[in-house]
Each structure stands twice: as structure tokens, then as C-alpha cells.
Design a protein around this ligand. Structure first.
Ligand code: TTP
Ligand code: MG
Ligand code: MG
Length: 439
């Protein structure tokens, strides 16, 4: 592979900057996006905060109560996810002006392969300046960019001089750039691996880089080889275009810790319903289900389970979540947070075997405005296998489609095999879906 020009762009304090963009009175102030701090008694976590708030030590994922203690004068705001994804879309669109190879890695960051664009945009430093200026022009927000010959170094470079930074690592300069950085800066080295490395006497990237690969493998197992390569700026991974969400999840932090099993199950049901609708909207199906639980004292556990084929239906999610909740040994402790997630997205490979015919009653019935009759415009055909997960998916799809159509609650969805007579169709599931809900 020849020398590449890989750019990594990451927006600065993304959610908080958007809040400051939309409300000028927040500019220059410590803005903290996340759960309601409730005068220090709030129970959720911080999503992110403005750089003004970071001076006080506030960070992403910190409990809001702690953020409140560190920064009582902070302006706490709840998140507006629709607005954030809208701007994320504009950012990604803007980046695609610079290369057809743009890989979104999260809501606020992307890789671009700009190899061979010197003629158009000039040398790397000019390219970086142009990208940042264009993002600013189109969104009013600042981004930081890193440019290097591979993804892992570009990623570290974009973070090197935040906010509003631009760091260009010249071809061949990658190892020198990485050498003095602490090991935790390596992309993919989490807190646990970093602690282990330090325990073994590897504090800086240079310490890892000069150790023979075999020694690292012996000390760290399979990870050893990977870490050796990262430290030596060996990363041939291509920029894979397309925005690819890698996981989706939802969680709830309780007002006060609870051990009420019925309540916990109800909360899980709500989470699974909402997750399933989101997955449907984004056309996602995942093979690995995750359950997260946080107990009194902030101890957090996750459990995951991989299925033979990908799912998104709320029944499967709920069955999994309820089962995990029941099995989890809390050692008598109450629950502070629970959540469910799905990863390992994949195409569905189940064979559809039977056409199903569907009809829906909307909530207009309950308002006395009459039932939505099953007729051309109000039915949808779904494919599925009776008795398996598929009909559930079909019902979820249907409720979603009807919810969009009637702009409100869909009270009931019914599915019956196509071609049966006009008698009352078999009811597979009842559901309330409020489509106005912020997702
Ligand atoms: P990041 O890019 O990690 O952080 P950031 O953009 O807020 O700040 P930085 O300048 O350091 O890049 O994450 C992007 C957004 O994702 C962030 O604005 C909010 C959201 N997020 C969470 O909701 N929870 C988290 O724990 C993290 C890390 C991010
Ligand atoms: Mg960011
Ligand atoms: Mg980011």
C-alpha cells in the first residue's frame, strides 16, 4: 500500500456546542448536557459538557450529581437527540464534499480517505483547514481534525489539540508522533489494558513499540500483537464508506434505587419496545443482545448473548432482558440503572415462508371516529413465519408503519395468514405505540 492521506474529524463537545449554537446566551458558559441534576440529587449521567465545564473536571459518563458538585454554576440541559442527529447528518454530508470515501464512526466523527486530493485541496495542512472551515460554515460548529497515513494515528491526531485543533502527522513521522504519548492514548487500549500495561512497566507508546511482538503476545495474549502494531503505526485498515452504526442501546436510571422486580420488568418492557421501534426505523437487526445493570454504589455489569440469527423484535429483546434480570445475582443490592442494547448488526437470513395479511385498528376507534377499515390504502403485506420470531417482527413493522400513517397511537395490530376468510383475525399481540415520543 502506498502512502495514504487519512483524515479523522471529530466535532468539539458536540451536544454541548449545539446547545450553545441554538441558545447564544449559553455561549462561553459551562454547559452540561445530560440527566437533570436535581440540585445535586439527580441520578443519571453526563452525556457531554462544554469546554468551559471541563475546566471544573466535568466529563462524559460522570454521574450528574458529581458534575453538580464540581460545577454548581453549570447550566444543565437535557439532550435533544433529533437535533443532534440532524446536525450529524449535515456534518457527514459536508465531509463527503472532500472524498467519496467517508466512514462515519459515531454521531460526531468520521474518517475520510483523501489520498490523491492534493491537486484539488492542496497539501494536508490546507486540506485540514478547508475541511474545518467548511464544517464551520455549514453548521456553525467547530471540529478537530487529524491527518496521517493510517486510521489509528489520524484518530489520535484529531484528539491531540482539541478543541478546534488540526494536527498533521507527516508521512514517516507516525512513530515519532506516537512515541511520547501515554499508552492509554492508543486507539483501542481501554482503561483495563492500560492499567495492565503500566503494571508491566509500559507507560509510554515508545515502551511498547520497541518490545518484540512475541514478548507482548506472551504477556497480553492475542491483544499483544494488535497493541504492538498500533504502537508502531501499522494499521492497513481501509476507510470503509457508509455510516455504520455499530450498536444501539437504551437505559434508564431510577429516581431511587429499587428492587421491585415487577417495576424493573415493566421498565425493561418499555425499553425493549422503544429499542425495537428505533431498530425498525433504521432498518437494523442484531445478533448480540446486551443487558446492563448498575447496582447501588455504581457497580455496573453487562451480560450479552448471541443468537443464531439477527433480530429486532421486541418480544425477543424482552424475553432476553427479563431472563437476564431474573438470573442476575444482585447479592441483595438494589438497582440503580438498567438497560438493553443490540450489536453485531447483520442481514436477516431467515427464509420467509408465508405471506401474512394485516389489518390495524387505530386509536381513532376509541375516540368514536370509527375504525380504520381494512382496505387498499390501509393494509400492508408482511412476510413472516408463523410461530417464530417473524410474526412479531411483522407486527412491530406494522405498528410502526401505521403509527407513521395515523400520526398517533396505534392501539392494536392483527396479523392473519393471507387467504383466510373474513372472520376476526388471530391476535398475536397488543401494543401501545406513541409515535410522538421523542426517540
Ligand atoms: P465525543 O466525541 O466523545 O465527545 P464530545 O464531542 O462531546 O467532546 P470532544 O470535543 O472531546 O470530542 O462524543 C460525541 C457525543 O456523543 C457527545 O457530544 C455526547 C455523546 N456522548 C454521550 O452521550 N455519552 C458519552 O459517554 C460520550 C463519550 C459521548
Ligand atoms: Mg467529539
Ligand atoms: Mg466523537
Amino acid at each position: 500500500m502506498g502512502i495514504r492521506t487519512i483524515v479523522h474529524v471529530d466535532m468539539d463537545a458536540f451536544y454541548a456546542s449545539i446547545e450553545q449554537l441554538d441558545a447564544p446566551e449559553l455561549r462561553g458558559k459551562p454547559v452540561i448536557v445530560g440527566a437533570d441534576p436535581k440540585s445535586g440529587n439527580g441520578r443519571g449521567v453526563v452525556s457531554t459538557c462544554s469546554y468551559e465545564a471541563r475546566k471544573f473536571g466535568v466529563r462524559s459518563a460522570m454521574p450528574v450529581s458529581q458534575a453538580y458538585r464540581l460545577c454548581p454554576e453549570g447550566i444543565f440541559v437535557p439532550g435533544r437527540h433529533k437535533r443532534y442527529s440532524e446536525l450529524s447528518g449535515i456534518v457527514m454530508e459536508t465531509l463527503s464534499e472532500f472524498s467519496p470515501l467517508v466512514e462515519g464512526v459515531s454521531i460526531d466523527e468520521a474518517f475520510l480517505d483523501c489520498t490523491g486530493t492534493e491537486g484539488l485541496f492542496g497539501p494536508a495542512i490546507q486540506l485540514g483547514k478547508k475541511i474545518k472551515a467548511r464544517v464551520r460554515e455549514r453548521t456553525g460548529l467547530t471540529a478537530s481534525a487529524g491527518i496521517a497515513g493510517c486510521k489509528s494515528v489520524a484518530k489520535i491526531a484529531s484528539d491531540y489539540n482539541k478543541p478546534d485543533g488540526l494536527t498533521v502527522v507527516p508521512p514517516g513521522g507516525e512513530k515519532d508522533f506516537l512515541a511520547p504519548l501515554p499508552v492509554e492514548r492508543l486507539w483501542g487500549v481501554g482503561p483495563k489494558t492500560a492499567a495492565r500495561l503500566k503494571q508491566l512497566g509500559y507507560n509510554f507508546v515508545r515502551d511498547v513499540a520497541k518490545t518484540p511482538k512475541e514478548d507482548l503476545e506472551r504477556l497480553l495474549g492475542r491483544w499483544g500483537a494488535h497493541i504492538y502494531e498500533l504502537a508502531n503505526a501499522i494499521d492497513p485498515r481501509p476507510v470503509a464508506p457508509g455510516w455504520q452504526r455499530k450498536s444501539i442501546s437504551e437505559e434508564t436510571t431510577f429516581e431511587s434505587d429499587t428492587d421491585d422486580l415487577k417495576f424493573l420488568r415493566d421498565v425493561l418492557t418499555g425499553i425493549c419496545e422503544s429499542l425495537s421501534q428505533k431498530m425498525l426505523r433504521e432498518n437494523l437487526k442484531g445478533r448480540t443482545l446486551q443487558f446492563k445493570i448498575r447496582l447501588t454504589g455504581f457497580e455496573t455489569f453487562t451480560r450479552s448473548h448471541t443468537l443464531p440469527s439477527p433480530v429486532f423484535d421486541m418480544h425477543t429483546l424482552r424475553e432476553f432482558a427479563w431472563d437476564q434480570l431474573e438470573r442476575f445475582d444482585r447479592k441483595g443490592k438494589a438497582v440503580r440503572l438498567i438497560g438493553v442494547g443490540v450489536t453485531e448488526f447483520a442481514e436477516d437470513d431467515a427464509e420467509p415462508q408465508m405471506d401474512l395479511f394485516a389489518s390495524v385498528e387505530s386509536n381513532q376507534k376509541s375516540k368514536g371516529k370509527g375504525v380504520v377499515e381494512t382496505s387498499e390504502g390501509q393494509t400492508r403485506e408482511e412476510k413472516g413465519q408463523p410461530g417464530n420470531a417473524a410474526p412479531n417482527e411483522a407486527v412491530d413493522r406494522l405498528i410502526f408503519a401505521m403509527g407513521e400513517k395515523f400520526k398517533g397511537k396505534v392501539k392494536r395490530a392483527v396479523i392473519r395468514p393471507r387467504g383466510t376468510d373474513g372472520r376476526m383475525p388471530r391476535l398475536l399481540r397488543q401494543s401501545e405505540h406513541d409515535d410522538q415520543k421523542e426517540t
